[in-house]
Design a protein around this ligand. Structure first.
Ligand code: GAR
Length: 206
């Protein structure tokens, strides 16, 4: 059984979907802890399922590195096989990424490499594209630049604002995220192999 830690910052609707999926005894992964960088609304979902939570408040640390060191220490307590960033709105320091990668994944509300960063939905709208999407990636030391594990297009509709578009993207993200976690747990997706292939491709690029 794959053990998973989920990190959030906000409402945790994608976390909720993962918790619901993992409640099925047939699902090959279990969420062992939910962490956040603030008092996140999404903790309520974990509490409902009786899953432990921890908080490493961003505002209490002098630097990204110090915050990340405490986050890494908390994660070590729970020894998860996989860390899922599900709406964690902070960049992780390289020390933490290096400790966990490639067994750390992120869900993003855009069709990467299009519109990386904190405002993927807003940036897609501002660019006036006809379609955007959702992606699940391995976290590396760039901004949403790691190997893509799953992605799907979502159309931008006339009259969409950021909220409406984001709410249409999220169900797609949820489906992709649950499927990726399932495939990692079953061994169908080998994160180490995918990451090393991606590193090899990058090294041989002109
Ligand atoms: C999700 O759309 C997630 O992809 C996004 O935050 C949302 C969290 O929603 N993350 C990022 O934009 C990271 N760059 P939720 O709290 O309702 O699950």
């Amino acid at each position: 059984m794959l053990t998973v830690a989920v990190l959030i910052s906000g409402t945790g609707s994608n976390l909720r979907a993962l918790l619901d999926a993992a409640a099925d005894p047939e699902f090959p992964a279990r969420i062992v802890v939910v962490g956040a960088d603030r008092e996140a609304e999404g903790f309520a979902h974990a509490e409902e399922y009786g899953i432990p939570t921890f908080m490493v408040p961003w505002a209490m640390f002098a630097s990204r590195e110090e915050w990340g060191a405490e986050l890494a220490a908390q994660l070590r307590v729970w020894r998860p096989d996989l860390v899922v960033l599900s709406g964690l709105m902070r960049l992780l320091p390289a020390t933490l990424v290096d400790e966990r990668s490639p067994r750390i994944i992120n869900t993003h509300p855009a069709y990467l490499p299009e519109f990386p960063g904190a405002h993927g939905v807003r940036d897609a709208l501002a660019a006036g594209v006809e379609q955007t999407g959702a992606s699940v990636i391995i976290v590396d030391n760039g901004v949403d630049s790691g190997p893509i594990l799953a992605q799907e297009r979502v159309p931008v509709l006339a009259g969409d604002d950021e909220h409406a578009l984001h709410e249409r993207i999220k169900p797609v993200e949820r489906r992709l995220l649950i499927d990726v976690v399932r495939r990692v747990a079953s061994g169908e997706l080998d994160l180490a192999q995918i990451a090393s292939r991606a590193a090899g491709a990058e090294a041989s690029a002109p």
